[in-house]
Design a protein around this ligand. Structure first.
Ligand code: F6R
Length: 607
């Protein structure tokens, strides 16, 4: 979850490391730090909080040296204090680490018994002491690193820098991503290619168990058995330009307002508008041979799969299920022969989703993925990859990636229906036409901004908020609650409207706003009955519906948000818009940190 960087360069390394860390801050922002070698000695600057705090320290107290390592942290073991901030160091070696060393307690006990004094609460510090121990025993840095890494259990990526050698960095990868960048007389390590994009587009993605020795002249990569191997150098597409906020106050706002455009890009990648057919990329799936579809993801991506389950069942009559990755990987699910497992992830690096993918592969499932980062681990480990074309998503709360996931999943479900004979040619034409309209309609849904901003002023006063919906609106109710709690810190729950009377209705009083998501469709009347039950108990209802739905919803609704009418199957793409805006404007009203909410990170690369 943390971001790590290493540079053996020609110019001052610290400013370059900070630039790379800025591009990794999506992975965590609890603290940041840089270490360099200066006259052969290790020197460090570290600061709790966001990278700008470290920048302030470096401005007044610069760190000289042309070789260095850097880190931006999402805290796992130990509070986000300066002493727990990476790089951790002894007089011999400095280390940056992403992931978790699971057996750190036993290593710590062993090393403490040998006289090593521990000064932090982190798991990472054992890496420093174990490598130092092996160096003291007379091993050279490469042998010491190789021996130490073999003893670490867990999922991690590490970069090490050694006293007295300004031409050496060692990186190791087990479970967490690490890339090598090739410059001109310069070499780099980075958690991803995006971090390295200002310096190089020539990158090697290290594989599981790899340990790489970097010198200015190049890299030597060793397998887990210490055998030197050649790993391919690829030209990455990661852009060098740092994405900016445009005219918006926050990345999240920019990303919400980009949705018509990026949904358009995504849909057009899967639709042939001339022939009015769904046109999947070459890696397409034979849907007639799939016995069952298992969709696995985390968080917002998992809510996209829950929408997609309705699509695959209703449009393609394909037996389908969804699972949260952290449950799926340990649940020992019964996976059918000829089953297809589909993984959905913005980052493509989410640790639980990646582990679930490997579990599904070991259990004989075909592997497909819907990812936003085309070069990510999940994409690289899949048989078929269906990219979302959302562009870099920087706001921690996912918005446009979710929208594009819906665009891809809808296209896949239609293609499955066509292949399985449950969608006629006429219906395919109709669905393709309606799908192509969705970017424009998402744009229209954004026009509700002023009304939503007003409602948000009221929501900001609430302690608890409920979201309810039926059918395709149910996952959106959960997404609305997730968005609201993660960026405004207001407690919120999303419920299937029919479940309300089985418990949660006890919460209803005049202080609990209830957001009812009920576009006019075959379930409208039923959701409106549930809404009446809420109002009868004094609950204050915000109704999200289309013109017809509002006209037929009766009196007593507290506030209303109107969305355009559309093909009923695609309603989630429109209902998603007001729930995102509600969360955004409520967070603005509360003054919280919209783009980097507390305790969260954009890419969750620990279990
Ligand atoms: C919520 C959010 C998270 C992510 C989840 C999965 O707004 O962004 O719930 O959806 O952490 O991340 P990816 O899609 O990168 O696998």
């Amino acid at each position: 979850m943390c971001g790590i960087v290493g540079i053996i360069g020609k110019e001052e390394a610290a400013p370059l490391i900070v630039e790379a860390l800025r591009r990794l801050e999506y992975r965590g922002y609890d603290s940041a730090g840089v270490a360099t070698l200066h006259d052969g000695l290790i020197d460090r600057r570290r600061a709790p909080g966001k990278l700008r705090n470290l920048g302030g320290i470096l401005a007044t107290d610069p760190l000289p040296g042309v070789i260095g390592i850097g880190h931006t942290r999402w805290a796992t073991h130990g509070a986000p204090t300066e002493s727990n901030a990476h790089p951790h160091a002894s007089d011999r070696v400095a280390v940056v680490h992403n992931g978790i060393i699971e057996n750190f307690r036993e290593l710590r006990d062993e090393l403490s018994a040998k006289g090593h004094a521990f000064v932090t609460e982190t798991d990472t510090e054992v890496t420093v002491h174990l490598v130092t121990e092996y160096l003291r025993q007379g091993l050279d840095p490469v042998a010491a690193a190789q021996k130490a890494v073999k003893r670490f259990e867990g999922a991690f990526a590490l970069v090490l820098m050694f006293r007295g050698d300004e031409d050496l960095l060692i990186g190791a990868r087990k479970g967490s991503p690490l890339a090598i960048g090739y410059g001109d007389g310069e070499m780099f390590f980075g958690s991803d290619a995006f971090a390295l994009a200002p310096f190089t587009n020539r990158v090697t993605y290290m594989e599981e168990g790899d340990l790489a020795v970097l010198r200015r002249s190049g890299a030597t990569v060793y397998t887990v058995n210490d055998v030197a191997v050649r790993r391919p150098i690829v030209i990455t597409q990661a852009g060098a330009a740092l994405v900016d906020k445009g005219n918006h106050r926050h990345f999240m706002a920019k990303e919400i307002y980009e949705q018509p455009e990026v949904l358009g890009h995504t849909v057009h990648a899967y639709v042939n508008a001339i022939t009015e057919t769904i046109a999947l990329p070459r890696t397409a799936i034979d849907w007639t041979a799939v016995s069952r579809l298992t969709m696995v993801a985390c968080g917002t991506a998992s809510l996209a799969t829950q929408v997609a389950q309705y699509w695959f069942e209703q449009l393609a009559r394909l037996p389908s299920g969804t699972d949260i990755a952290s449950e799926f990987r340990y649940r020992d699910a019964v996976l059918m022969e000829k089953g297809l497992a589909l993984f959905v992830s913005q980052s493509g690096e989410t640790a639980d989703t990646l582990a679930a993918l490997r579990h599904a592969r070991e259990n004989g499932q075909g592997i497909a993925s819907v990812v936003n980062v085309a070069e990510s681990s999940i994409a690289r480990d899949s048989d078929s990859v269906f990219p979302t074309h959302a562009g870099p998503e920087i706001g921690v709360a996912s918005t446009k990636a979710f929208m594009c996931q819906l665009g891809v999943l809808a296209s896949l479900a239609i293609s499955a229906g066509v292949a399985r004979g449950t969608i006629t040619r006429e219906r395919e034409i109709e669905l393709v036409r309606r799908l192509l309209e969705m970017p424009r309609l998402v744009g229209e849904a954004l026009h509700q901004e002023a009304i939503v901003a007003n409602i948000a002023q009221e929501l900001a006063k609430a302690r608890d908020v409920l979201f309810i919906g039926r059918g395709l609106a149910y996952p959106i109710a959960m997404e609305g609650a997730l968005k609201l709690k993660e960026i405004s810190y207001i407690h919120a729950e999303g419920y299937a409207a029919g479940e309300l009377k089985h418990g949660p209705i006890a919460l209803i009083d005049e202080n609990v706003p209830v957001i009812v998501i009920a576009p006019y469709d075959h379930l409208f009347e039923k959701t409106i009955s549930n809404m009446q039950e809420v109002m009868a108990r004094g609950g204050k209802v915000v109704l999200i519906s289309d013109r017809k739905g509002h006209d037929l919803s009766g009196d007593g609704v507290w506030m209303r948000i109107e969305i355009p009418e559309c093909e009923p199957a695609f309603q989630p793409m429109l209902t998603a818009v007001p729930i995102q805006l509600l969360a955004y404007y409520t967070a603005l009203a509360k003054g919280t940190d919209v783009d980097q909410p507390r305790n969260l990170a954009k890419s969750v690369t620990v279990e």
